[in-house]
Design a binder for this molecule. Structure first.
Ligand SMILES: Cc1ncc(COP(=O)(O)O)c(C=O)c1O
Length: 493
């Protein structure tokens, strides 16, 4: 079979996919070198473009194709209404430099979203600026640093991080200038209280905890843990990546947490991945609001008339994003929250937790379960049993691709050997959960009866095993078109 053509191979002079509308302003030349003839664009028709990108999209997996139970990532279905609303011209067609008087609707939406996130999580104030969970972490830890500095408490150089944490937590603390001390977990998957106590002191800026944690477990001592950190003068940061488990059930602010980020792309169904625009707002308790990045949207009421504008927190640590964050994501999250309402959000979490416990109960006889207790919205299996037959977790993950299912997160959290971290989310039906169980049970059988079926997988995907380490080590983020002489024009009629 001939190699699949690149879009450049389809190029034919003068072929066009786009016709520009007749201009309604006088035509003028672009100044200087803004217009370059040297750019080598493929000249293709609309159908060429559509087929090219549709073909490309079929080579990858997406939540719009089938289940995507990637633990900790909450790859929930993104309702299409989010996209429809984000494309309203009044949202999509505005510019961040516009006079606030001309974008009152957008500002009102952002103001309301700040309030909704604060209400759902129990915090007093929220910034919408950060562009991802990790960016929110950096914002939150910088707020913690500003707080200690403002009090002249500059000896606090350590941030405590449990051993189940996502890698971004210690990386963030180090980027913000702190030293990281790892706190082990106890036998039930909670933060080990004795080890925590041993590390607490006047040199501790705070604890970065993830609750529910990345084992999918609620920390049974969370209130005590928070009290212990506060008693020593530290602050508690909650990594809110797992907020999907507790919407409408528990509010981190009520538990005494001081700072938390939200991953809008996990919990509030904004698009996830591809490195595209994300959003990781941060909520803080009242007295930390002064340090938040600015400007933030503010509301004023004069003589009964409400207007929205910008406000700079008094001791703001400055901007952490150009303009006001990725506002298209704010529109989508706002839509999702309004569509569900309070009761609907609670149902989201209840269904997410139910789905995870259903899978856990159905798979525990055939796979080792790292921590055998009721889980939250995800749980962690271990492929140890299968490893005894030469089948590793990576093989199980690759075999799942043959069933058209994206594999769970693998080899994380680091404290579970051969980890398979499964998060089905609330949007999967009982039928798709059962399909996943059937696939996992078949793989468990194969690992015993015909291990090579698993170790040689995937069998049905277009690409087999990729050099993932190589791809990570030598990142190649820039694709250049082949020189014209190296192209293979598609045979003409
Ligand atoms: C527990 C946890 N914390 C933080 C992050 C970082 O979030 P983001 O990918 O939005 O930067 C993730 C991402 O997967 C996560 O799972």
């Amino acid at each position: 079979m001939a190699a699949e053509p690149l879009i450049y191979d389809l190029s034919k002079p003068e072929r066009r996919a786009v016709r520009f509308p007749r201009p309604d302003v006088p035509e003028t030349d672009l100044p200087g070198d803004l217009c370059r003839d040297s750019l080598d664009w493929p000249e293709v028709s609309e159908i060429d473009v559509i087929r090219h990108f549709t073909r490309l999209s079929q080579k990858n997996h997406a939540i719009d194709i089938n289940m995507y139970p990637l633990g900790s990532c909450t790859m929930k279905y993104n309702p299409k209404i989010n996209e429809a609303v984000a494309r309203y011209p009044g949202f999509a067609g505005i510019h961040p430099d516009q006079d606030p008087a001309t974008v009152q609707g957008m500002l009102e939406l952002m103001y309301e979203l700040q309030g909704m996130l604060a209400e759902i999580s129990g915090f007093a104030h929220v910034t919408l600026q950060p562009a991802a969970g990790a960016h929110g972490e950096l914002t939150g830890v910088m707020v913690m640093r500003s707080y200690h500095e403002a009090r002249g408490d500059t000896a606090r150089r350590k941030v405590l991080v449990p051993d189940t944490a996502h890698g971004t937590n210690p990386a963030t603390a180090i980027m913000a200038g702190f030293e990281v001390v790892t706190i082990p977990s106890d036998a039930r998957g909670n933060v080990d209280i004795d080890r925590l106590r041993a590390e607490l002191g006047s040199d501790v800026a705070g604890l970065m905890i993830t609750n529910p944690n990345t084992l999918g477990l609620w920390d049974e001592h969370i209130v005590h843990v928070v009290e212990m950190v506060h008693e020593c003068g530290g602050l508690v940061y909650n990594d809110g990546a797992n907020f999907n488990a507790i919407l409408g059930i528990a509010r981190p602010g009520d538990l005494g947490i001081d700072v938390m980020h939200y991953n809008l792309h996990k919990t509030f169904s904004t698009p996830h991945g591809g490195g595209g625009p994300g959003s990781g707002p941060v909520g803080v308790r009242d007295d930390l609001a002064a340090y938040l990045p600015g400007p933030r949207v503010a509301r004023t009421k004069v003589d009964g008339e409400v207007t929205y504008g910008w406000d700079q927190p008094a001791e703001s640590l400055g901007r952490l994003h150009a303009f006001h964050g990725n506002v298209g994501m704010h529109v989508r999250a706002y839509t999702y929250i309004r569509m569900h309402g309070a009761a609907g959000l609670r149902e989201v979490s209840e269904d997410a937790v139910l789905a995870a416990n259903y899978l856990r109960a159905r798979l525990r006889a055939r796979y080792d379960l790292a921590y055998d207790r009721t889980c939250m919205h995800e749980f962690v299996l271990s492929g140890n049993k299968q490893k005894a037959n030469g089948v590793r977790t990576l093989d199980i993950a690759k075999r799942l691709l043959d069933f058209g299912v994206h594999p769970p997160t693998t080899y994380f959290p680091l404290i579970v050997p051969e980890a398979l971290m499964i998060e089905p989310t609330e949007t999967e039906s009982k039928e798709s959960l059962d399909y996943f169980v059937a696939a996992m049970l078949q793989i468990a059988d194969e690992a015993e009866d015909s291990p090579e079926t698993v170790t040689n997988a995937p069998h049905r995907t277009e690409y087999k095993r990729l050099d993932e380490v190589g791809a990570n080590r030598s990142l190649n983020l820039r694709w250049r078109p082949p020189a014209p002489a190296q192209r293979t024009p598609v045979a003409a009629d």
